[in-house]
Design a protein around this ligand. Structure first.
Ligand code: AMP
Length: 197
């Protein structure tokens, strides 16, 4: 059985940073839909052009588009020992589509880990990241507020979706990077999927 983790949380919670550490330790494939969209944007593909206006405003790219891109990525890595999903799923419809996709491969989500960070801290972190990331959506307070609102209204229901499947794990996303990572590892090492084998 593969290890498939959804790393969940609002923008600025530290998903990207912690993903790198998780990948390093557990040798999983990274699937960040935000990174994939930014790559398409920089390469000027049709998909990139389509996604741009949504990303610029801090709104979600339509589900069909996101799901097709994720499917393509998963299908292209048949040898993967498992995935860390970063910034995906962001709607209940995406979560359901992911379940079906994995089920067709005889796989499932092992667990969802949510990084809990309060909103003031998020805004500070995103603005700070904007100074070096070059991401325009990290530099505008209006856009940042919109992204946090979209997270609350459209993405948080995904947490309940995994809670209903008993796959929900909450971690404090404030503190030293290593401390947070240790908490994440404790969750991963104790997932049911790791216990049965
Ligand atoms: P991120 O890097 O995860 O913060 O994503 C940056 C932007 O890409 C978001 O504000 C959305 O416009 C878009 N995006 C990334 N992932 C998704 C997703 N799973 N569903 C819809 N839009 C997404």
């Amino acid at each position: 059985m593969m290890l498939n983790i959804v790393l969940f949380g609002p923008p600025g919670a530290g998903k990207g940073t912690q993903s790198e550490k998780i990948i390093d330790k557990y040798k999983l494939s990274h699937l960040s839909t935000g990174d994939l969209f930014r790559k398409h944007l920089s390469e000027g593909t049709e998909l990139g052009k389509l996604a741009q206006k949504y990303m610029d405003e801090g709104n979600l790219v339509p589900d069909e588009v996101v799901i097709r891109m994720v499917e393509f990525k998963i299908m292209n890595e048949p040898e993967s020992p498992g995935f860390i999903f970063d910034g995906f799923p962001r709607t209940v419809m995406q979560a359901k589509a992911l379940d079906i996709l994995l089920e067709n491969m005889g796989q499932a989500i092992s667990g969802m880990i949510i990084l809990d960070v309060d909103e003031e801290e998020l805004k500070k972190r995103i603005l700070l990241r904007g100074q070096s990331s070059g991401r325009t959506d990290d530099q505008d307070v209006e856009k940042i507020n919109n992204r946090i609102r979209v997270y609350r209204e459209e993405t948080l229901p995904v947490a309940e979706y995994y809670q209903a499947q008993n796959k929900f794990y909450k971690i404090k996303g404030v503190g030293s990077l290593d401390e947070i990572f240790k908490d994440i590892c404790r969750v991963i090492d104790n997932l049911p999927v790791n216990m049965v084998e």
